[in-house]
Each structure stands twice: as C-alpha cells, then as structure tokens.
Design a binder for this molecule. Structure first.
Ligand SMILES: C[S@@+](CC[C@H](N)C(=O)[O-])C[C@H]1O[C@@H](n2cnc3c(N)ncnc32)[C@H](O)[C@@H]1O
Length: 406
C-alpha cells in the first residue's frame, strides 16, 4: 500500500519570523479593537481571511516529531481568539469576542488536514471555515457576495501567503477590498522568485496580476547587473500600485542570509494610521537590525541601503528639529503620525530624540503636569518647540513643576 503523504513540513526560519509578526500584530489589534467595542457597545467581531492557508501546523525541526509542533497562520489566529474568550495571563477576557476565519487552501489533502486542526482548536464554537480551492476563486466569490448583498463587513485582515507568484490577483483584490474602510492586507511578496521570472513570457499573466498591469515590467526586467536598483524599483512599482487603493504601505524585508539577498518582503497595506502604527511596532520588534524593518540580516550595506536607509539617533533628532522648524510648537501626539510615516523609527525613537534634544537645550518640552507624571515621560498634550537662545530645558522643567505645586 502506498504510504500517505505527510501533510506537514518543518517550519522555515523565515516563516517563524513571519508568524511572530502576525501573532504580535493581531494580538495587539484584537486587544485594542475588542476593548473599543466593549466601550462603545459594538459587536466585537473581526474577520481573518487566509488566502493560502496551509495545513495549520509545522514541525519545529527536521526531526519531524509530531509531539513537537507549532501552529501555522490560521491556527495562530484561532488560538489568539480563544485567548481573548478565555482571558487570563496573556489577554483580558472578552466573553463575546469573535474571530471569523475563512481559509482558502488549494490542495485537497492540506485542506482536509487544516479542517481537522481548526475543528480541534475551535473550543468556543466560532465560525472557522476552510474552503478547498484557489485563493483567486475564493476571494472573488466572497467579494462578489459582499458587493451584491451590500454587506458592511467587520474589520477584515487578509493574509496572502503564496509559495511563489502564481494565483495572486493582488491589485485587483486591493481595488475591491479597500472600497471598505476597516480592511488590511498582509502580503508575502516572494521577491526572489518574482525577480527571477519578471521578464519571462510564459508567466507574464501572473506578474500582471500581482503588479496590477503591464506597465514598467519590461523596464524592471531590463535592469541588468544592478541588483540593488532592481530591488528598489520592484518594490517601488508594487508600492505605488497598492497606494492607489490603500493609504499606508509598509514593508519588512526577509533576507537570505547565505546569499546576501532579499528573499521576500512582507507588505502591509491599510487605510488606517493606527493599524499601520501597530504593524510597524510589531515588525520593529521582529527586526534584527536597528533602524530597519528586516530579519535574517547578514545583508551587506549595499543591499540594506537599497531597501530604506537605516537610521540612527542623529537622524531622528534631525527629523524633530526640521519638523519643529517647519511647524512651530508641536503637540507630542501630532508628531507621532508623521514620525512613523517619514522615518524608520517607532515611538521610542521619537521620544529618545526629543529627550536628547531637550538635554542639549536645542528644544524645550512643555509638559502638562499630572499626579502620575514621571520625568522623561510623554503625554499627548505635551508641546515640543525649538528653544530660544540661552533657554534651558532643565530650568523650564523645574519652573513648570514648581508652578504646578509639585
Ligand atoms: C506558504 S504555504 C501557507 C502557509 C500558511 N499561510 C502559514 O503561514 O502557516 C502556501 C499554501 O498555499 C497552498 N496553495 C498553493 N496554491 C494555492 C492557491 N492558488 N490558492 C490557495 N492555496 C494555494 C499550498 O498548498 C500551501 O499549503
């Protein structure tokens, strides 16, 4: 009798990084969203669509020990949702929280395995469905249904995680999906494969689907002997196409450490700054290069600078000074969005830059006092401004503290 094929495979290192971002982000996102729903009496429901779902589990290593497995993307989401229902150490308890899961998986055996794994994990009887078939058919049917029935959907997170470049009508899906407001797309852009095949006639239709048209594809293919420029142009071409539909686009680079090459990019698109901010923080925590969103980074300086220039503390300080010169006094909170969008940093870099500039008396921070105030902490209403000649932040700090009777 033929031995049945093992539905599982060992988790690649890059997949573990990808999962850590997914888990961190969705954990934070669900926490914020469910709390908001509770506060405003709204339905605490989110929808996770997994376009290329896989079997739901991985072996931890080549020993392929079934007793030692880790969850794949649909199970990560399922377990997170269970955690919010159950409450406890990791999350607050939300009795009515719902994460709907639609998983598309083309391989019948893999789809069957995933169905069993999800059923076993579904302890709170949530709606978790596996559709055996292609992502393209599944998402098209779903979008047709939503449009026909004028559905106002719950927040939706679409994860598109193919093995290569086939069957991904990315820009068409973005066009239709971003007609709704609370929608996000997280796409694994397999740069390595796309780079190799972008100029090949036989797979042209797949490339057109990913990039949303033929424009610029020949130009990309024609960039020879300059891998950095090709990488940069490819990413720019993709980002520009997504930005036609979404306001915020963020990329995380996953390297091939042995070959000093970008292997793939995780690209997140949304219409909401808060989603962008949470994703950037999640990516930042998974990054192993200071000042960049990147992992498995044995990458050379050239490759790194092709992505986005790595930033140091001095760059963030320059950003704050330039911003204040342009805007005049600035509420701390009003600087957060431009800082996240225009620099590689997150809030800890913004705060560190402001603190360092205050220490050098280059700027003054006008703190709002309250009883829990700690020195060096920031509140939304604090105002940052350029220091006047001879003005000392320390003196300003002391005076304002005294004025507040502290
Ligand atoms: C990279 S794996 C997915 C891993 C999963 N997202 C995770 O993180 O655990 C890609 C999966 O997509 C499936 N697949 C391949 N082509 C597909 C298609 N056109 N539509 C849907 N699934 C497809 C493969 O069988 C495979 O299980």
């Amino acid at each position: 009798m033929a031995k049945s094929k093992d539905p599982y495979w060992p988790i690649p290192e890059a997949t573990a990084v990808k999962h850590s971002i997914l888990k961190r982000y969705l954990g934070a996102f669900m926490g914020v969203f469910f709390s908001t729903c509770e506060r405003y009496g709204l339905k605490p429901k989110v929808v996770f669509i997994d376009g290329f779902a896989g079997p739901g589990k991985y072996y931890t290593d080549e020993s392929r020990d079934p007793a030692d497995m880790v969850p794949g993307s649909p199970l990560i989401v399922g377990e997170l949702a269970n955690g919010f229902r159950k409450g406890g150490k990791a999350h607050r308890k939300f009795k009515k929280a719902q994460a709907v899961i639609f998983a598309f998986e083309a391989n019948p055996g893999t789809a069957k395995t995933l169905t069993e794994n999800l059923a076993e994990t579904n302890r709170f009887d949530m709606t978790w469905d596996v559709h055996q078939g292609t992502f393209e058919d599944g998402i098209t049917n779903l979008l047709d249904y939503m449009e026909k029935n004028k559905i106002d959907p719950a927040p939706m997170f679409l994860f598109v995680d193919p093995f290569g470049f086939k069957g991904v009508p990315l820009i068409e899906v973005c066009r239709r999906l971003f007609a709704y407001d609370r929608v996000e797309v997280f796409f694994n852009f397999m740069y390595n494969d796309i780079n190799r095949f972008v100029g090949v006639k036989d797979v042209r239709e797949h490339m057109i689907k990913i990039f949303g048209g033929e424009d610029g594809l020949d130009e990309l293919a024609a960039i020879k002997n300059d891998p950095q420029r090709r990488l940069q142009c490819t990413l720019e071409r993709l980002t520009t196409a997504i930005q036609e539909h979404a306001d915020f686009v963020l990329s995380f680079r996953m390297n091939d450490p042995e070959r000093d090459r970008a292997k793939y990019f995780l690209v997140h698109a949304s219409k909401n700054f808060r989603a962008f901010q949470l994703m950037k923080e999640s990516m930042y925590k998974a990054s192993d290069l200071e000042g960049e969103l990147s992992a498995l980074s044995q990458a050379s300086k050239d490759l790194r600078s092709a992505f986005r220039a790595a930033a140091a503390q001095g760059d963030y300080e320059d950003w704050v000074l330039e911003r204040l010169a342009k805007t005049g006094p600035l509420r701390y909170a009003d600087g957060v969005e431009p800082f996240y969008v225009e620099t590689t940093g997150v809030s800890k870099h913004y705060k560190a830059a402001a603190r360092a500039l205050a220490k050098k008396n280059a700027i003054v921070i006008q703190h709002k006092w309250d009883k829990n105030r700690q020195q060096g902490s920031f509140r939304d209403g604090d105002v940052l401004r350029l220091a006047r000649p001879g003005e000392s932040y320390a003196a300003h700090f002391k005076a304002s503290k005294q004025a507040a009777g502290r």
